[in-house]
Design a protein around this ligand. Structure first.
Ligand SMILES: Nc1ncnc2c1ncn2[C@@H]1O[C@H](COP(=O)(O)OP(=O)(O)OP(=O)(O)O)[C@@H](O)[C@H]1O
Ligand SMILES: [Mg+2]
Length: 239
């Protein structure tokens, strides 16, 4: 099993959108686990149309929520009774929760574990990097704006400081509003693979809000990104 950590320097650049759609696209061919460790803002269930579902326990194990036969999901949101309940936890408690999400779920039989992280260089990313089974690689998402690019470089440095290899960069919200091409430039300058560019598209925003991932349609940007992830050695046979 290969772990793919979806990270970003800045918030709101589309990590969850990427994590969800990448997982859906991967699940067309592979067995995938999707772990939402954004404890303060767990958006994965909503974007997959799984809002209101809860985690079940059986024989001391956590049973993930199935999205389809190849994609299982675990999120803090499945433990909250109400969507608008805030979680007020410090680092050690978050670390414990993340350890349980990793250890008490049978992720092993999957080809990929995709992890959706909160933005920046916080506790969750440090915990995941320490606790996740190796090999783990980072997929870093950024918009093309200048302000975001500085944070990409910071995020690359952060991943490396955690001994997590950067698999590649993704440009999201590419187009007239934020520009395009800047993330590829950073990737080229830093000799990191560029995984692809996703346009700013109202359909993507709506698909997130309605819980109907755009990658279900196949053949889009996300399936191209998946091909690149696989070509770069993202897939490991677990048999
Ligand atoms: N390419 C896109 N085109 C249009 N809207 C998008 C695109 N990518 C993401 N969005 C929308 O932008 C918002 C933020 O995206 P998302 O929640 O995936 O970001 P995030 O990086 O996970 O945020 P956070 O840092 O809060 O976890 C969402 O409403 C999402 O639907
Ligand atoms: Mg998010």
């Amino acid at each position: 099993m290969k772990s793919l950590l979806v990270m970003s320097g800045k918030g709101g650049v589309g990590k969850t959108t990427v994590a969800v759609n990448l997982s859906v696209a991967l699940s067309k061919k592979y067995k995938v686990g999707l772990l939402d460790v954004d404890i303060h803002g767990p958006n994965v269930p909503k974007m997959l149309g799984l809002g209101g579902k809860t985690l079940q326990y059986a024989n001391g194990r956590i049973m993930p929520v199935s999205y389809n036969k190849n994609l299982d999901v675990v999120s803090m949101a499945f433990l909250l009774e109400r969507e608008d309940t805030p979680i007020v936890w410090r680092g050690p408690l978050k670390h414990k929760a993340i350890a349980q999400f990793l250890n008490d779920v049978e992720w092993e039989k999957r080809d990929f574990l995709v992890v959706d992280l909160p933005p920046g260089t916080g506790d969750e990313a440090i915990s995941i990097a320490q606790l996740v089974k190796k090999p783990a690689e980072a997929i870093i998402v950024s918009t093309p704006q200048e302000v975001a690019l500085l944070d990409v470089k910071k995020c690359i440095g952060f991943a490396r400081s955690l001994n997590v290899k950067v698999l590649g960069l993704i440009e999201n919200m590419s187009g007239d509003i934020f520009g395009s091409g800047n993330v590829k430039k950073v990737a080229d300058n830093m000799h990191i693979p560029f995984l692809g560019s996703i346009p700013m598209d109202r359909k993507i925003a709506i698909s997130g809000d309605t819980g109907k991932p755009i990658a279900e349609g196949g053949k889009g940007e996300f399936s191209k990104i998946v091909e690149r992830v696989i070509t770069l050695g993202g897939q490991e046979n677990t048999d």
